[in-house]
Write a protein of this length. Structure first.
Length: 271
């Protein structure tokens, strides 16, 4: 009887999950519909200057035209490459710095507050320095994205390092693992999910930093395309570009989030 009673929560929990997921999905759909209806109502109300909030059919037409435009894919490839390189550099540096700060209490006390102070600082103020260091080409945009990505990843990894089970660390020390082996066999596996969550946040700010840099000084990339449509007051195309950027960011973030959910579910089932 005790075993049967103890197993009841695990049996009933899956029955609730489909209804909960359905409720969440319906809520999301309702929010999207509310935004669409509100946008279209505002566009047709005449309260704002014409094309400042263009009707959705115009945005949809520009979106379709972008998808058959070769120049759009060139700009997309440029921005994608810059963001990917920025996340690789900034995220990789953030992981290494976070591990160092998480391992060493003295270094954490000395330097980690700086990460918390500089993290919220708008990184665009460093863009003139990036131009002087890396020039006006893609290097300065990658540097802006990497700088933006570094801080959330470093803070997340440093906090996660302090949460690693000390038994795992003692096991590694017992087997006399080198620092590289401790990194690959103990630290990274134990922090896989926090690292992915940190990179999810870092990816978002890396996109923001890269696009902001492209809007300031560039002749290619999605940020450059957005500012060009704004300069020519082609608002429907500008909103179409912004929608594409939003959907791409949401798509990548959803993939990482889904991976995190699957790993957490597997970890709970194994436990």
């Amino acid at each position: 009887m005790n075993q049967a009673a103890g197993s009841m929560p695990s049996r009933t929990t899956p029955w609730k999950r489909p209804s909960e997921r359905q409720a969440v999905m319906l809520t999301r759909i309702a929010i999207v519909l509310a935004i669409v209806i509100g946008w279209e109502s505002l566009a047709r109300s005449g309260l704002l200057y014409r094309d400042v909030v263009p009707p959705l059919p115009l945005i949809g037409r520009e979106l379709a035209m972008l998808l058959i435009n070769r120049g759009f894919y060139h700009n997309l490839a440029v921005t994608f490459g810059e963001v990917a390189l920025a996340v690789a550099i900034g995220g990789g540096a953030g992981v290494l710095v976070g591990i160092v700060l998480g391992r060493d209490r003295f270094l954490s006390s000395a330097y980690e507050p700086l990460l918390h102070y500089l993290g919220p600082t708008p990184k665009i103020i460093f863009f003139p320095i990036m131009i002087m260091w890396f020039g006006v080409g893609p290097g300065s945009k990658v540097a802006m994205g990497a700088l933006s990505c570094f801080f959330p990843v470093a803070v997340s990894v440093a906090a996660s390092m302090r949460e690693i089970d000390r038994v795992l660390i003692r096991v590694g020390m017992t087997f006399r693992l080198t620092s590289a082996q401790m990194l690959t066999k103990i630290y990274i596996p134990a922090m896989r999910l926090p690292v992915i969550n940190g990179i999810r946040i870092g990816l978002g700010v890396a996109i923001v930093g890269t696009l902001l840099a492209e809007t300031k000084l560039a002749n290619q990339g999605l940020g450059y395309a957005v500012i060009q449509t704004y300069t020519t007051f082609n608002m429907p195309r500008m909103y179409a570009l912004l929608l594409i950027v939003f959907l791409l960011a949401v798509g990548v973030n959803s993939v990482l989030g889904r991976y995190t959910e699957v790993r957490m579910a597997k970890k709970r089932s194994d436990g």
